[in-house]
Ligand binder design. Sequence first.
Ligand code: FMN
Ligand code: SF4
Length: 490
Amino acid sequence: MWQPSERIRYQSSLGPVPSAQAVAQSRLFDPVRVGALELTNRIWVPAMVPWRANEAGEVTDDVIDWYARFAQGQPGAIVMEATGIRDVPSGPLLRLSHDRYIAGLQRVVEAVKRASGGKTRLLIQLIDFLRIRRRPNPETFFRRHLVLSAALLQRAGLDPATPPDEAREALLSLGPARWQQVLDAADYRDLQYGARESVNDVHLPHVASLPHELPELFAQAAARAKQAGLDGVELHYAHAYTMASFLSTTNTRSDGYGGSLENRLKVPLAVLARVRDRVGTGFTVGCRMLTEECIDGGTSVDVSCQYAVALAKAGMDFISTSRGGKFDDAKQPGVGQAAYPYTGRSGYECMPSRISDALGPFGRNRHATQRVRHALRAQGLEQPVVGVGGIHNFAQAEEMLNAQVCDVVGLARQSLADPDWPRKIRDGHASSVRVCEYTNYCEGLDQKHKQVTCQLWDRQGMQAPGVKKTHDGKRRLVAPEWSPIAVITG
Ligand SMILES: Cc1cc2nc3c(=O)[nH]c(=O)nc-3n(C[C@H](O)[C@H](O)[C@H](O)COP(=O)(O)O)c2cc1C
Ligand code: SF4
């Protein structure tokens, strides 16, 4: 992953241990309404893909264990990982693209209810993404993928009548320095990074038709989530994926769905309208969106404020903010690997690590989130805003709420490091919290599509009976059990 050149090292900490009175009077443990839901506290576990579904995109026992473990801590809400809305093979990524996935989700709903004693609400993040190919080796690229054109042959100094196989071999033999000169920018990028479709590729029929297809795909998935007993959906309008790409200021589509701010908003609004139409007002529908894309020419917070207002006016029940996480500045993958949107500077902005710059890894999205919230309130819009970014102790969370940065605090990596965080803080065991060190070991596993665990606990108690392990048997899959009695008795 990209890291700032300053390389300043930050240390996360427990912070002051709150008294029972401070907890009782806190905003953190003050219930909050999110659409049709009442959350018992303002602690939110944001979506995190743990790579535990099977190849058919189905819920497995490991998926259930993962969510039940977070639920034991009794956060106000958990958002299940990014879940695909298309019925196409997508590897071990959860899917909600057919009714056959409903039964699996029902099992997660029941497990979360049981593990949290009914205190935690469960939502699911719905995602659409475009095709991305692995970086090809040059032989494959020139012999199979490259589309030959007269202009290309001319730039390479080849006779336009050269038989295709011969032309391909000739181009391949030119070597890296000449490839950059003869290939057009898009082909050269595909050779260097692997071909990646964009919402701007309106010459591709399936990309041109996205505005007409997406609303129904999202609506069907949301209806299934409701049928499975989930408490709500989070539409994934953030990071590197289709909906964020429609919102992006880099969306230059000329078919009425790109260019101006109004045009860029059309598909996200149409998706919301169709989803709402299908699930009704009694079911919570919110979105995750970027405050800033953190790429050259990308969406700024001024523009995001306008998006948030438009989405809230159209009936979005909550706005959860994130930043960055784009393909545009992703590092070049190795041959045979796919580009990953969290490897460049924008990826760092999304999941900053403890090695940072003057801004540091804690509260990087604070100012921008506050601006988004302020823009909503200025228009009389009361929807709660969920903020994330390196939040790991009570004082930090409470300060964010009191400073009106957000109404709900999202703790992603801290929840992974210690899923019992909410209960420990609430019940006077804050000093036993396992504090996330922001090493991004977990994010590295995510990048390799390996089962995600935390280095602070994944080798502990490996011999204990019933401990489930990763495929290679080297790590445990969920955090060890914690009980207050064990702490008191030592
Ligand atoms: C392993 C892992 C998987 C993630 N998967 C998702 C995801 O599916 N959807 C999403 O919107 N964000 C995802 N994120 C980003 C987090 O939700 C969160 O925005 C980010 O980690 C910053 O919050 P934190 O500082 O509290 O960790 C993921 C993060 C991690 C570490
Ligand atoms: S591996 Fe654990 S400690 Fe490291 S960043 Fe992830 S959650 Fe935090």
